[in-house]
Ligand binder design. Structure first.
Ligand code: ATP
Length: 667
């Protein structure tokens, strides 16, 4: 924990051998942040929320905190609550599960208790990177405000726009939102305005930037009055966060608790590698498997199933995957495999919002024991009683790793994190080990016969997996066709009404969104690249890219710009939009309703578990990786599995599909 702003910065630490540029950079940062002494390091350590130094919380809030069993503030809360109540801008970071949500809610709610009730308006906007996190943050806020008259509105994508518009009409005190949906309301919901916003909270700001929400954030920030208070919470304060703070904040106070990237104290970490497995077989002269290869992938799946049926059979386990497709495939396998694994749900961006929320609810309530998720769930989600986190593969960065494992061992509880690692993960494995106390790192072994048995059963199930995938594709095509038909018939039936509606304005097209996400990711990852040149604080004050081109809207005020844009769009719409859309819908509906299209799904070539990789596995001594992990290689594991599975995709699948009861979740 550091005390003042100068030593507190994440990027400016320049100890011995400090160059002039480093010194100037540190000085510029010191001048930007307001200097602040951490209360939790001072003698006035807060023992309860009612004795927080420099602030007095209202009875309603103390009651609500008590009813949630929150009596002693965590360090980040002890720091942030008084500062937020003073109206300061804050840039805060602390370890996962350290109570950041309560840290900003208490200050915000306390301020709202003293608002002018005769003049209702939205005074607080809280932004989060994912819809699930918004739902959770909204829930915590509502629980803390239960004895107050503060009103809330949750505005996230995937849920009804109409319902949200009706709620916004009531001028709720607080709006909790994701960036895209908030912009949609700012632009298209006439009764909603940011003009009365007094506090803007950016939760998980680094993730928002990484997800490519920079432009949205900038638009939202500029839509809010300059006099607002801004509270920014972020796991890491990267260079892009610093740019954002300069854009949006006024003399912020930097609050930093714990080392950046520290894993929670109650966390036990295990690295499950191919090397460990080979030792399991008890033959030290064996061959090793590269888990990242194609055949290795099937071994990885077998390993995961073996782990989940044996060591992780009880309690709640969240399993992280890099891709939606792999999470979905595992869900199919889990369901077909049974033995308790059918008590699982998937959570990723290919599901509808209702499916995502239902999966989370079932997991929260203990109805299912396994949640198969992508990184959608790696940030911020707080589910009590997640005992285990399994990383199906190492994530791309140490930050993501720490966020994932941070879903367990929260708020002082215990938890286990296990990662399946391959040869190419060695760098990250080393880093992960550095971030954990040595006594918390373990290696696990699984009997080889167990994995072999799972592998065999998986091979038998493969035709059924293919059949399920085919059936899902057909259903998807069918649904799409129906949707297009419905759309066209609506256009024909309600053409007048549809054409008379004002056109919505969109912030970004789908391809713009993808591009922004890529830029965000590249920016985020560039800090891991050795070659990336570190920009000084002063340099960052200048724009990175060339000055923006002048547009017909340059120099106009926001209101004039909106008016002009709306007029243009109306004109365009009058000229062509509605006509074109109608014709296109009819065309695509006709196309979609042709029966041959629905059957035109290319059948998948059934591939065996060993598909693609026919290279002989290296025999003999272990690799450097093996040595680093302290495990000798052993025999057998890497043997190529039997011949390519050529059973037809249909054969044998049907009876098992029947056994699956309700079908596997569709993507
Ligand atoms: N003062 C407190 N005393 C005990 N438990 C607390 C306290 N404050 C928060 N918690 C609990 O700690 C858990 C984690 O809180 P929260 O989700 O706010 O952490 P976080 O720092 O935002 O984590 P992440 O970085 O993963 O988003 C929650 O279950 C919350 O109820």
């Amino acid at each position: 924990m550091s005390d003042d702003a100068s030593s507190d910065d994440d990027t400016a630490a320049a100890p011995a051998g400090q160059t002039d540029a480093d010194k100037a950079n540190a000085a510029a940062i010191k001048a930007f942040f307001t200097s602040h002494k951490n209360a939790s390091t001072s003698s006035q350590k807060a023992l309860s929320f009612s004795t927080l130094p420099n602030c007095t919380l209202s009875r309603q809030l103390l009651l609500a905190l008590g009813s949630l069993n929150l009596s002693t503030p965590t360090p980040i809360q002890a720091e942030c609550i008084p500062l937020a109540m003073m109206g300061k801008d804050i840039v805060a970071s602390s370890a996962t599960g350290s109570g950041k949500t309560v840290a900003f809610w208490v200050g915000v709610l306390e301020r709202l208790l003293h608002r002018d009730r005769k003049n209702p308006m939205t005074r607080v906007v809280v932004m989060t990177p994912t819809r699930e996190l918004a739902v959770q943050v909204h829930g915590v806020g509502m629980a803390l405000a239960r004895y107050t008259d503060v009103s809330f509105c949750l505005c996230v994508g995937g849920l009804s726009l109409k319902v949200q518009e009706a709620e916004l009409k009531q001028r709720p005190d607080i709006v909790v939102s994701t960036p895209g949906r908030l912009i949609d309301h700012v632009r298209n919901t006439p009764c909603f305005t940011m003009d009365g916003v007094e506090v803007l909270v950016l939760d998980e700001a680094d993730r928002m930037l990484e997800e490519g929400f920079r432009d949205e954030l900038e638009e939202i920030i500029s839509a809010a009055p300059r006099s607002r208070q801004t509270l920014l919470f972020s796991a890491t304060v990267t260079e892009s966060i610093q740019q954002l703070t300069r854009l949006s904040m006024n003399k912020p106070v930097r609050v930093k608790i714990d080392e950046m990237g520290a894993a929670a104290k109650g966390l036990e970490q295990e690295c499950q590698s191919s090397v460990c497995l080979l030792r399991v077989r008890g033959d030290k002269a064996g061959e090793s498997i590269e888990l990242n290869s194609r055949s290795g992938e099937r071994h990885r799946e077998a390993l995961l199933i073996a782990l989940c049926t044996r060591s992780f059979a009880t309690g709640r386990t969240i399993i992280f995957f890099r891709s939606k497709a792999q999470a979905h495939r595992m869900k199919i396998l889990f369901t077909l495999f049974g033995q308790g694994l059918e008590r699982s749900d998937e959570l990723h961006g290919d599901l509808t919002q209702e499916q995502r929320l239902r999966a989370l609810k079932r997991f929260r309530e203990g109805e299912i024991g396994f949640l198969l998720a992508t990184d959608l769930a790696s940030r911020g989600l707080d589910i009590k009683g997640i005992e285990n986190v399994i990383n199906y593969e190492m994530p791309k960065s140490i930050e993501i790793y720490l966020h994932r494992v941070g879903r367990t061992a929260r708020a002082g509880r215990k938890g286990r994190a296990l990662t399946l690692v391959g040869e190419s993960d060695r760098k990250l494995v080393k880093l992960a080990m550095k971030h954990a106390p040595p006594e918390s790192i373990k290696q696990r072994t699984i009997p080889s016969d167990v994995v072999a048995a799972v592998f065999k059963e998986m091979r038998e199930l493969e035709p059924e997996v293919k059949a399920v995938v085919m059936e899902e594709r057909e259903e998807k095509e069918f649904r799409r066709g129906n949707m297009e038909l419905q759309k066209a018939s609506n256009m024909l039936e309600y053409a007048d009404e549809i054409k008379s509606r004002p056109a919505r304005t969109w912030f970004q097209s789908q391809s713009d969104k993808l591009e922004a996400k890529k830029v965000g990711k590249d920016e985020h990852n560039s800090k891991f690249s050795q070659k990336a040149k570190k920009r000084t604080f002063q340099e960052e004050e200048e724009p990175i890219s060339k000055p923006p081109k002048r547009t017909p809207f340059s120099g106009l005020s926001r209101r004039e710009k909106r008016r002009k844009m709306a007029a243009w769009e109306d004109e365009e719409d009058r000229q062509s939009g509605a006509q074109r859309e109608l014709a296109a819908s009819i065309r695509s509906a006709k196309k979609a309703s042709r029966p041959d299209k629905l059957q035109a799904v290319r059948p998948e070539r059934p591939s065996g578990f060993e598909a693609g990789n026919r290279k002989k596995q290296k025999k003999g001594k272990g690799t450097a990786f093996d040595r680093e992990m302290g495990v000798a290689a052993s025999a057998g594991e890497g043997k190529r599995p039997g011949k390519r599975e050529r059973e037809s995709a249909k054969g044998g699948a049907k009876h098992k599909l029947g056994r699956m009861g309700p079908k596997v979740k569709r993507s």
